[in-house]
Structures are given as C-alpha cells and as structure tokens.
Design a protein around this ligand. Structure first.
Ligand SMILES: NC(=O)c1ccc[n+]([C@@H]2O[C@H](COP(=O)([O-])OP(=O)(O)OC[C@H]3O[C@@H](n4cnc5c(N)ncnc54)[C@H](OP(=O)(O)O)[C@@H]3O)[C@@H](O)[C@H]2O)c1
Length: 346
C-alpha cells in the first residue's frame, strides 16, 4: 500500500527538525516535502547533520502532499495553512493560530487580527487525552502549546472531578529550546547557562489557552489561574508544578488521601499510551526525547493543598511528538505508531 505523503512547513526551526526525525522513523508515512525560508535549495541532511540519512531537499514552497504539519511562527502559520485547507489537505498546526476559540484573544495576546475567525470553532484542540474522538475526524488540529500540555495533563483530573478550589498556581520551568532556534540574547550560552529566571510575570501567551481548556473541563469552577514560566539552563524539557487548595471531604485524610488521589488520576487516564502516573516526583530527564508525560499528584498534608508535578519534553509531547500522535489519529493509524521510543537516560 502507498504510504501517506507528509509535508513539514518550516523544517528549519527546532520543532520542524524534530518532526523530520519522527516522520522519517514513522513506518506508515513518507516524508515527501519540507520547506524552509533560509535553507531553500539545500539538502536537509546538510543543514542538520543528525538527519543526514534523510534524502530530502528543502524547498521554498510545499510540494504535493496529503497531510501537512505547520511549524511556522504564529500569524505566519495561519497564512500558509488557509490555502492548504482549501485544497483539502489535512493539517496539524503547531503554532498558536487555531488554539483559542475567541478571535479577540489573538489581538490581545498575539497582537494580530485573526484572518479566519470562522475556523476557530471548527479547529480541534489537539490534546488526544481530552479530545481523541474529535481529532480523528478533524481536517485542522491545533496542537497545544508546550506549557499548556504539561499544565493541562497535570490538572485535568483534579479540575474535572471538582477536587479543588478555583485559585490555581501553575509554576513551570522550561529548557531554552522552548524559545526556538531564532537567535535571542536571553538564550545565549553566557546568559542562560548557570542561571534560572522567571519571565512574563504580567501574563504569558499560554495563560488564555490553559484557562480556556480548564474551563471546558469544569465550566462551574470560575478559575483564577496564576501561571509563571521560568527559563532554566537545559536544552529540552518542562517541569510543571501545580498548586491548589483541596475541597474538604473529597478525599480521605492523611496518607490514605494521597493514595486515593493517585488512584483517581490512574482511573482518569486509564490506558492512555503516553501518560504515566508515578508514586514519586519525576525529573525532566525521565522524558528526554520521548512522547511521555510523567505525572506525580500528591497532597501537602500540612496545608491540605493539591500538588501535582508533571514532566514532558517540550519538543516531543510538547510539540512534534504530540503532532505525530494527532496525525496518527487523523489518519486512522494506531496512536503510538512511530512514538514508542523511551527517554534517553541519563
Ligand atoms: N520550541 C518549542 O518548544 C515549541 C513547542 C510547541 C510549539 N511551538 C511552536 O512551534 C512553532 C515553531 O517553533 P520553533 O521553536 O521550532 O521555532 P524556531 O526554532 O524559532 O523556528 C522559527 C523559524 O521560523 C522561520 N520563520 C520565522 N518567521 C518566518 C516567517 N514569517 N515566514 C517563514 N519562516 C519564518 C525562521 O526560519 P528561517 O530562518 O529558515 O526563515 C525561524 O528560524 C512556533 O509557532 C512555536 O510557537 C514551539
């Protein structure tokens, strides 16, 4: 049987390059076309020596494909996707351009007027653990942001089951690849190595996405989310720590309550292929290069506060891996195909 022809728009960024690696290793699809503005006309393997086995020329325009990933920056992504949708191509957009349901939020958080507000309702938010059935039938899937992936997977069971009060703190630490491959003083070696910093204290762009999706899980909660991202000196990975007061009487007291909480998380995620509920707190290194999200829910018994720690690789479950997971669902393939690799350790 002929393999599905897949294209990557903007292969020259970190997400695009990671997608090329994953699509090349995928047994049921073929990497047919890759675009990149600065490297058009060059061989992919020359630009990225770790991809030298892939025989593919980087072009300015996307060739003939059945399925496309866009790894463009926001705003530019919507512009390249709209003509593809008209041609009937199925698309996973890894930018933020179709994640928010309210078009006015794009002006507020991303500073552009959305070119196709009518598509925002149609686009499916690509978190398979919450929207698997809708993703399967979608033409356009909006791949979640890296921080929202870690935060939503950590909080979804507690919010859905009404375990917590609405005042939630999400504290995330990201490796510098989260800021992309574009040169930026903040991510220079001498600025970022041996240093950790908080940023976007007045509101990060991923906040409306986190709030939108938590509210969908429990519209009666009237959430108040404080989200503070941090930059830490590592290439990949996001560690997210979430805190919220537990409602009284929802769980048993003491250690038994902690066990009940972990069981509730295990029941919520059931046989999810990429979620693991752990008895101890994970490290970012435990997800390096893999599509897994490791989650440790527990209770601070002194304050009766829920504490949930999650770990992902921002370029895999937080980006390219989740995009391939969505592609598998959209093409009717087995969901974990091409994504079974365990993390690289140490
Ligand atoms: N990094 C992550 O962890 C992560 C996770 C989830 C989602 N995302 C999203 O995925 C997308 C790609 O992120 P990334 O981290 O891979 O970015 P990146 O490494 O910074 O790559 C961005 C590249 O886009 C190209 N570019 C910039 N403006 C362009 C334009 N107007 N038209 C065409 N090309 C343009 C540039 O490549 P040339 O020099 O070749 O033009 C630039 O190097 C973004 O929307 C980002 O928000 C990123």
């Amino acid at each position: 049987m002929e393999r599905v022809k897949v294209g990557i728009i903007n292969v020259t960024g970190y997400i695009g390059a990671e997608l090329a690696r994953l699509v090349y290793l995928h047994p049921e699809v073929e990497l047919a076309s890759v675009t990149g503005r600065s490297a058009a006309g060059q061989e992919l393997g020359k630009v990225f020596p770790h991809l030298s086995d892939i025989n593919c020329l980087i072009t300015a325009e996307l060739g003939d494909v059945d399925f496309a990933f866009s790894a463009m920056p926001h705003k530019a992504s919507a512009e390249v996707i709209l003509p593809l949708l008209k041609r009937g191509v199925r698309v996973v957009d890894i930018s933020a351009d179709f994640r928010l349901k309210d078009a006015s939020e794009y002006k507020r958080w991303y500073d552009f007027v959305h070119p196709a507000p009518g598509l925002l309702e149609e686009a499916v938010y690509g978190l398979p653990e919450l929207y698997r059935d809708k993703i399967s039938g979608a033409q356009l899937v909006a791949n979640p942001g890296c921080y929202p992936t870690g935060a939503l997977l950590a909080l979804a069971p507690a919010v859905k089951e009404g375990l917590i009060y609405p005042d939630i703190i999400v504290d995330s630490k990201s490796g510098v690849s989260g800021a992309g491959r574009i040169l930026n003083l903040v991510t220079h070696y001498s600025e970022a190595s041996g240093s950790a910093s908080a940023y976007s204290l007045d509101g990060h762009r991923h906040l409306p996405e986190i709030t939108q999706e938590l509210e969908m899980l429990n519209p009666e909660l009237f959430l108040e989310v404080t989200f503070v991202p941090h930059l830490v000196p590592m290439a990949r990975g996001i560690l997210t720590s979430c805190y919220a007061k537990l409602k009284e009487g929802k769980l048993a007291e003491g250690e038994k309550g902690k066990e009940e909480l972990r069981q509730l998380y295990r029941d919520f995620y059931g046989d999810e292929p990429f979620i693991r509920i752990l008895d101890a707190s994970p490290q970012t290194k435990h997800t390096w290069g893999s599509n897994f999200c490791l989650i440790h829910p527990t209770i601070d018994l002194r304050t009766n506060r829920l504490v949930v720690i999650s770990c992902i690789d921002n370029l895999v479950k937080g980006g390219a891996g989740q995009a391939v997971q969505n592609m598998n669902l959209m093409l009717g393939l087995s969901e974990p195909t091409g994504l079974e690799a365990l993390a690289i350790y140490p």
